[in-house]
Design a protein around this ligand. Structure first.
Ligand code: NAI
Length: 329
């Protein structure tokens, strides 16, 4: 039996993984705690650890994993910005991920945020529950005819672009690689500054890399059309949140939807309703009527969870079997 220790486990993870491992030569030890230098010893002796987006897979953690006899870090997500890949290579630890589980899930959530924010659905719902049927303050805009810029047209961004096209937006895109199906639809690829200047809606669907860190900062915001909507379901650090907050205050950014946040590691995935949030930027965002935040749930569909479990277990067992079918980072 291969032993896999899973960090940051939630009940919805367990359901997918329990179903997946039934009858297979692998046993999972589920831990609720996050992986970091303090908790890494819990994995001692395990062939593999399974981690999520906010687990700390930095060099010191990898060194402790290697010392404890762990050979595989299995990410149950697509992004791998939280892993020190150089250290993993040096230590001979293999890093695998789930390159694609349900790009539809993330793309659909991106559009859900956009439409909800535009038409104030979250505020309208609260009003109606309070028997406040006034409409003042709930004016949105027609999506049809608006220019929407998709930054990153990979697996997720490509679907976002298509959905926006179906909403009859003028879709423009930024990506070093041009998707020919999108260009056939009439999507125009432009440089980032031009996209920001033209777009009423900007959606970030690229990975977080050294190059894309703070892609949206004070300088790039100054290129944006006044009053534009910014949507980020990619990774938090794609935007300089303080710069975005300043632009929301002046109205330069008209509205903001986030599923990811730069400092989410200390906030998301837990019930903090009885705590004081010691993050002034985040706390201010929560007070704004034109800001809509979900806590990294774009991936959270039944289909995506099942696909994540399947690929993760296949990845680990492929390495055990010496097959080359694992999805290495
Ligand atoms: P992908 O690898 O299929 O596509 C990424 C695209 O971004 C590629 O076409 C790439 O050329 C492009 N890109 C890279 N650098 C760029 C730049 N500087 N400007 C413009 N485009 C650039 O990745 P996929 O599956 O579409 O995922 C995108 C990101 O979405 C992931 O890296 C991850 O961070 C995020 N994500 C968020 C989830 C959530 O629950 N909120 C769930 C899954 C992914």
């Amino acid at each position: 039996m291969t032993r896999l220790v899973m960090f940051s486990t939630k009940p919805y993870d367990r359901r997918g993984f329990d179903a997946e491992v039934e009858g297979r030569p692998i046993e999972i030890e589920y831990l609720e705690t996050r992986l970091d230098v303090h908790t890494v010893s819990l994995a001692a002796g395990a062939f593999a650890v399974c981690v999520f987006v906010n687990d700390d897979v930095s060099a010191p953690v990898l060194e402790a994993l290697a010392a404890g006899g762990t050979f595989v870090v299995a990410l149950r997500c697509a992004g791998f910005n939280n892993v020190d890949l150089d250290a993993a290579r040096r230590l001979g630890i293999q890093v695998v991920r789930v390159p694609s589980y349900s790009p539809n899930a993330v793309a659909e959530h991106t559009i859900a945020l956009m439409l909800s924010l535009n038409r104030h659905i979250h505020r309208a719902h609260n009003r109606v529950r309070d028997r406040n049927f006034a409409l003042d303050g709930l004016v949105g805009f027609d999506m049809a005819g608006k220019t929407a810029a998709v930054i990153g047209t990979g697996k997720i961004g490509m679907i976002v672009a298509r959905l926006l096209w179906h909403l009859r937006c003028e879709v423009i895109a930024v990506d070093p690689f041009h998707d020919e199906h999108l260009t056939e639809l009439g999507v125009e690829y432009v440089e980032l500054d031009e996209a920001l200047q033209r777009a009423h809606i900007v959606t970030l669907n690229c990975p977080l890399t050294d190059e894309t860190h703070h892609l949206i900062d004070e300088r790039s915001i100054s290129e944006m059309r006044r009053g534009a909507m910014l949507v980020n379901t990619g990774r938090g650090a794609l935007v300089d949140t303080s710069a975005v907050l300043a632009a929301l205050k002046t109205g330069h950014i008209g509205s903001l939807a986030l599923d990811v946040y730069e400092e989410e590691g200390d906030l998301f995935f837990e019930d903090r309703s009885a705590e004081i949030i010691d993050d002034d930027v985040f706390a201010l965002l929560l007070t704004m009527p034109n800001v809509l935040i979900t806590a990294h749930q774009a991936f959270l569909t039944t289909e995506a969870l099942a696909a994540i479990a399947e690929t993760t277990i296949d990845n680990v067992l492929a390495i055990v079997d010496g097959s080359d079918s694992a999805h290495h980072v």
